[in-house]
Write a protein that binds this ligand. Structure first.
Ligand code: C5P
Length: 408
């Protein structure tokens, strides 16, 4: 995480009643950690779940709930409070608050502030899945979105009431990324990025596969670093044990052909493509429909070539800025540059493999980045650090190419 991304930004955090209200406390902490000023407004129902003292301590500011509260109004009137904010976020936003906002009610401090505020308004709904799916809630949410309110989530999964489905509050780290995305215009703001990561698994039969040792760490770290620069990132991932980076949309695939399909259906809508996946070069020609029995003494596996995903992206008529990786055991620059040319890449990130402690499965890596007419050496570092350095080089080269294509 980049320290102080929200330095000096003013966030008005509305907390409404729901079991997820405790997550707003963590969000307050994260916002302060990024340098934001936070003022919290709670609905009466929210106070049943979390004490205002918690938010007061975490935000460093008094917590407000009442519209007609002479003590607080004297310090900062509600209209002043609405004008103070750079962004109003209601998290969690209950079905009731969503309904009241959709109808423009101003029957407590929070809804009144939302009407008075001229800054962006975001809601992060959290409620029982049945309440979320109800036509009334869906109409209210659509009405808010149609008015320009940012609707973040909800996520799907297990609910406190025992149900499973849509209605979970997004995680605080995810909400933080959304706030940063809404308020900070990083160098890749508005740029649509597609990243492949992880290994692929090529089935031999229903229980066995041909795979490789890629952990996905570099691709995930890069997806996160590009997101932190403001990009909208979709991560097409082979099987990994890694959590999805906050604010990144993830599409899970298993085989190279599935990865190619997931990329092909999205590539026309991306400005920047990063092929970080360790795609299997070959797949079994004819996977057995049933489990292969241990009868034969020798068994030959016929393999056929997989398509080269990054090369097919670069070969499009109007390709996105295309970045590939090259892992080489010797003559790193020479071989990586040959790969860049052969695949038609705009940029290649090359690393030396075979050394004991970098590359596949390791936490550290070092890269040499090559493009037409230039290069950069990124010294050995933990993968998240290296990913941030690489993301900065990618952003710079992306803009250099865009400027060259469109010299205004
Ligand atoms: O040819 P090689 O496998 O060394 O190239 C590595 C680069 O090509 C990586 O960027 C990788 O993601 C990409 N690649 C691909 N599809 C393949 C093989 C590699 O996109 N089938």
């Amino acid at each position: 995480m980049t320290a102080g991304r929200l330095s000096g930004r003013k966030i008005l955090l509305g907390v409404s009643g729901g079991i997820a209200a405790y997550k707003a406390a963590e969000l307050t902490r994260l916002l302060r950690g990024e340098g934001a000023e936070v003022r919290v407004v709670m609905t009466a129902a929210a106070r049943e779940f979390v004490s205002p003292l918690t938010f007061q301590a975490l935000s460093g500011n008094p917590v407000r709930s009442e519209l007609f509260d002479p003590a607080h109004e004297a310090a900062m009137g509600h209209i002043e409070l609405a004008r103070w904010a750079d962004l109003v976020l209601i998290a969690p936003a209950s079905a009731n608050v969503v309904a009241r906002l959709a109808h423009g009610l101003a029957d407590d401090l929070l809804t009144t502030l939302c009407l008075a505020a001229a800054c962006p308004l975001a809601v992060a709904p959290a409620m029982n899945q049945g309440m979320w799916r109800h036509a009334a809630t869906q109409e209210n949410v659509a009405r808010l979105a149609g008015r320009g309110t940012l609707v973040w989530g909800p996520a799907e999964g297990a609910q406190a009431c025992g149900d499973t489905g849509p209605g979970r509050l997004l995680e605080p780290a995810d909400l933080l990324e959304r706030i940063a995305g809404a308020l900070c215009r990083g160098p890749l703001a508005g740029v649509r990025v597609l990243v492949t990561a992880g290994p692929t698994r090529e089935p031999i039969d229903p229980v066995r596969y041909v795979g490789n040792r890629s952990s996905g760490k570099m691709g995930y770290a890069l997806a996160q670093a590009l997101r932190a620069l403001g990009a909208d990132v979709v991560l097409v991932s082979g099987p990994t044990a890694l959590p999805t980076p906050a604010g990144v949309a993830r599409v899970d695939v298993e085989t190279a052909l599935e990865m190619q399909g997931a990329v092909a259906s999205r590539v026309a809508d991306c400005d920047l493509f990063v092929g970080c996946a360790a795609v299997a070069d070959y797949r079994p020609a004819a996977p057995a429909p049933g489990k292969i029995k241990k009868t034969a003494e020798r068994l030959a596996l016929e393999l056929v070539r997989n398509p080269d995903i990054v090369a097919s992206v670069a070969a499009r008529a109007a390709p996105p800025f295309t970045v590939g990786f090259a892992a080489e055991t010797e003559r790193l620059v020479e071989q990586a540059d040959a790969k860049r040319r052969a695949k038609g890449l705009h940029l290649v990130a090359a690393n030396l493999v075979g050394a004991a402690d970098t590359g596949f499965e390791h936490d550290d890596n070092a890269l040499t980045v090559l493009w037409d007419g230039g290069s950069a050496v990124l010294e050995r570092a933990p993968k998240p650090v290296l990913a941030r350095r690489l993301a900065a080089v990618i952003a710079e080269r992306f803009h250099a190419r865009t400027a060259a294509q469109d010299p205004r």
